[in-house]
Design a protein around this ligand. Structure first.
Ligand code: HQG
Length: 184
């Protein structure tokens, strides 16, 4: 397999295990979302997914969105955000957002978002971006991207907590419709 394909495939596998389904390799995350790397490699290899320490280090270092981090002692790995596994607490501290944040979505979801605001759906948070380009890319995963503006400071002043993940994704519990500006 070409090097980049191998890295993308490993990143997707690590996203699956570290965000969504650690049980695919018979493991579970600790309360802060960490997994022992030795066990991860052993259990992945037992189940036919080739994984080495070098490969993990290469993915962590080169990943386009810096999705994964190693613990200070290098023995554990976790995803910086994007979890759907319940009970994971990343211990993020609340942060002050810029005046406006962005969310990329698609037309099909707009009627419900107008009614309900942004909901976290299967993940543990709603994901927002500080720049339009990133949010547009997120939306384009599903079709023609539609950009929503979030009045983030106004929302925070009204008591909603904002968190910034280690890889600079803004996380909130939900965004009520009153703080959203929709595309015309
Ligand atoms: C939509 C990727 C109907 C929402 C990206 C989105 C991101 C609603 C979808 C990260 C809704 C959820 C997260 C409502 C929200 N009714 N639809 N009330 N509220 N939605 O994948 O933000 O590459 O869970 O617009 O880059 O798309 O995996 O969230 O379309 O950072 O690292 O429901 O995933 O990161 O989809 O993407 P997702 P997202 P990675």
């Amino acid at each position: 397999m070409k090097a980049d394909k191998r890295l993308v495939s490993t990143s997707k596998f690590l996203s699956l295990v570290l965000r969504h389904q650690p049980d695919v390799i018979g493991m579970s995350l600790d309360e802060q979302g960490w997994l022992e790397i030795d066990g991860l490699i052993e259990n992945a290899n037992t189940r036919g997914k080739k994984l080495t320490l070098d490969l993990i280090h290469e993915v962590v270092a080169t990943n386009d969105k810096k999705r994964f981090v190693l613990s200070d002692d290098g023995l554990r790995i976790r995803a910086s955000q994007g979890h759907s596994v319940s009970g994971v607490n990343l211990n993020l501290t609340a942060a002050s957002p810029p005046e406006t944040l962005y969310h990329g979505t698609v037309d099909a979801f707009l009627p419900r978002i107008r009614e309900q605001g942004l909901q976290k759906r299967s993940r543990n948070h709603v994901h927002l971006s500080a720049d339009q380009a990133t949010a547009t890319n997120v939306g384009s995963r599903r079709g023609k991207p539609r950009l929503l503006l979030i009045a983030a400071q106004r929302m925070q002043q009204a008591g909603h907590a904002f968190y910034l993940s280690e890889n600079e994704v803004w996380l909130v519990d939900s965004v009520p419709p009153a703080y959203l500006t929709f595309p015309t």
